[in-house]
Write a protein that binds this ligand. Structure first.
Ligand SMILES: [Zn+2]
Length: 218
């Protein structure tokens, strides 16, 4: 599936949803205690599977009273020679929080895709909460549950990660109530069981945002 992620990012680049070094994707199989994430600062239209970073998930029991059951940490693992020279995406706090427990995808694969789709970002810039467009376009909600927007947060920050997790209603078991969330002035994050499925949430929301903005009625 790493090859598929490369195809997805190449497609996102062709659609102008990212410039060369933007965008990041992670993938985890339920029976592995590691996940793969795109490297930082690499041109996404020529990304190769051997450039991915392999990230170990450490889970230790939290002995503290009244707090969460586990402590989590991540660690770079050996993967390929090319990968060893690269760093994981700066958005790793966002991905790690969504990959450390897999919730409703506990018997499957979880893919997290972050890109900057033009009309989704434009709609948020125009003041539209992406979770409300579903009211006028019921076809959207048949396949895609859209979370309320995350406000202005700095890119590659723990704050961005925390706000996205909160608005997606991520719980301690990794369950997520929504398929996609928008970050104002930035982009979107979509989650599903394959790269193309996650991508389709973005495509669907992007299409509706384009229609809304073209109508001038918002
Ligand atoms: Zn971004």
């Amino acid at each position: 599936m790493l090859e598929t992620i490369c195809e997805v990012l190449e497609d996102a680049y062709k659609r102008n949803w990212i410039t060369s070094r933007d965008g990041n994707v992670s993938i985890r199989h339920h029976d592995r205690d590691h996940f793969y994430i795109t490297p930082s600062g690499v041109r996404k239209q020529t990304l190769q599977p051997d450039q991915f970073k392999k990230i170990k998930i450490w889970r230790t029991i939290n002995s503290g009273v009244g707090s969460a059951a586990f402590n989590y940490a991540w660690e770079d693992m050996e993967y390929t020679d090319i990968s060893a020279k690269l760093r994981p995406s700066g958005e790793i706090p966002l991905h790690f929080g969504l990959q450390r427990e897999m919730g409703q995808h506990s018997d499957d694969v979880r893919v997290v895709v972050h890109v900057h789709p033009t009309y989704c970002v434009a709609a948020m810039h125009a003041g539209i909460d992406l979770s409300t467009v579903v009211n006028s376009f019921p076809e959207l909600s048949r396949y895609t549950k859209v979370a309320p927007n995350v406000g202005d947060v700095p890119p590659i920050s723990q704050e961005l990660a925390d706000q996205c997790h909160k608005n997606l209603q991520l719980d301690r078991n990794g369950n997520i109530a929504y398929d996609i969330v928008g970050i104002k002035g930035h982009g979107v994050v979509a989650i599903d069981t394959s790269p193309w499925r996650a991508y389709e949430h973005i495509e669907r929301l992007e299409h509706i945002c384009k229609i809304v903005l073209a109508s001038g009625n918002y």
